[in-house]
Design a protein around this ligand. Structure first.
Ligand SMILES: *Cc1c(COP(=O)(O)O)cnc(C)c1O
Length: 372
């Protein structure tokens, strides 16, 4: 007789549902036997890897029998200089997802609560639940975070508040002034996790201003990633920036070799590839315009976005549109698990990919109207 190991798991983990990623192209190809697939499901950089990062990966291959640098020394030095902060204000992870998990691992217990918004990035509820902590979910305002209501939702046992800026999947955004006004209302023993996975798509001045907040708010942790604008999603590298005291705690608890050697080499190299970042931002701006115009012209309402994606209202059960698009070889992301069952999220692709998507959407929604 075998044992019921679910019953032996931590209670928060027993009821978790696994994270569902965007459908891989190869999976759709296997399922439907189609080729020429456009994947706009996971907010990946459509330009492909930076040539500088690729060169660094190739040079690093020779060392793959060795463990990576467990202290991420070169990457830490390089990024500290790039951001104009001290090296001991940085902690790295296997994607910023790993950093978010690490924050939960370090600071959440079944005795505390954590605050986040309705429609916020799904990793927050997952990790809060996994740690057995109480989740306080604050209703969204115009699909975005209601920062005042979030500050008001803090309880005596609240340990963390999560703010995704911009948020995924809604793309909603708050100015630095609004973030600072919010921070000034939060008790200093409540950690504020400011998730800036899409910061590189904002003007450079904004990136600097959010780092400057760290000097005034010792309870602030900013998380960022190389997965989105820097185009290294497959390598998994992200980081947290905070006071030395918070980073010190996280360094004690992280896994020893949590960023692989290819990822470290590529991240160092891509920080020097200003041209890649410029091209990425330009492609995103053009694509954002193209997709917004295209979606509005087809009669869909969109949530204005500051990320590399747009979430739009299909006006019906989004899964039927999602499935119809799959048959056209276009993969989007359903966002029902985020409490948005009628919306789909589309990642901004190249001009060609965006056109493919808009043509497919036009086709499948017209067919639907004819059938209805
Ligand atoms: C994509 C994303 C992340 C994490 O990405 P990693 O690949 O794990 O670095 C974190 N937060 C938000 C809001 C995201 O959209």
């Amino acid at each position: 007789m075998s044992c019921d190991f679910t019953a032996l798991a931590k209670s928060g983990i027993q009821t978790l549902k696994p994270y569902v990623p965007g459908k891989p192209e190869a999976e759709l190809a296997r399922e439907l036997g189609i080729s020429d697939i456009v994947k706009l499901a996971s907010n990946e950089n459509p330009l492909g890897i930076s040539p500088k990062a690729l060169e660094a990966i190739q040079a690093e291959q020779i060392n793959l029998t060795r463990y990576p640098d467990g202290s991420h020394f070169l990457l830490q030095q390089k990024l500290a200089a790039h951001l104009d902060i001290k090296a001991n204000q940085l902690v790295f992870g296997n994607g910023s997802n790993d950093v978010l998990d690490l924050i939960g691992h370090c600071f959440l217990t079944p005795d505390v609560s954590a605050v986040f918004s309705e429609h916020a990035f799904i990793v927050y509820p997952l990790m809060v639940k996994a740690q057995g902590a109480e989740a306080i979910v604050v209703p969204a305002k115009d699909y975005g975070h209601d920062l005042d209501a979030m500050a008001n939702a803090i309880k005596p046992n609240t340990r963390i508040i999560f703010v995704a800026n911009p948020n995924n999947p809604t793309g909603t955004y708050h100015s630095i002034d609004a973030i600072e006004a919010f921070l000034s209302r939060v008790r200093e023993d409540v950690l504020v996790v400011l998730d800036e996975a899409y910061i590189e798509y904002q003007p450079e001045a904004i990136s600097k201003q959010s780092i400057e907040l760290l000097a005034r708010y010792s309870n602030l942790i900013i998380t960022r990633t190389f997965s989105k604008a820097y185009g290294l999603a497959g390598l998994r590298v992200g980081y947290g920036i905070a006071s030395e005291s918070i980073i010190g705690v996280m360094q004690k608890a992280r896994a020893p070799f949590n960023v692989n050697s290819l990822a470290q080499a590529a991240a160092i190299a891509v920080l020097d590839d200003a041209d890649y970042l410029r091209r990425t931002i330009a492609c995103n701006q053009q694509g954002m315009q193209q997709l917004s115009d295209g979606l509005l012209a087809l009669g869909f309402s969109i949530i204005p976005s500051k990320g590399n994606f747009i979430t739009f209202d299909t006006g019906t059960d989004a899964m039927s549109v999602y499935q119809a698009l799959l048959h056209e070889g276009v993969i989007l992301r359903p966002v029902g698990v985020y409490g948005l069952p009628n919306h789909l999220r589309v990642t901004i692709g190249t001009d060609e990919e965006n056109t493919r998507f808009l043509d497919a959407l036009k086709k499948v929604t017209k067919e639907k109207v004819v059938k209805d």
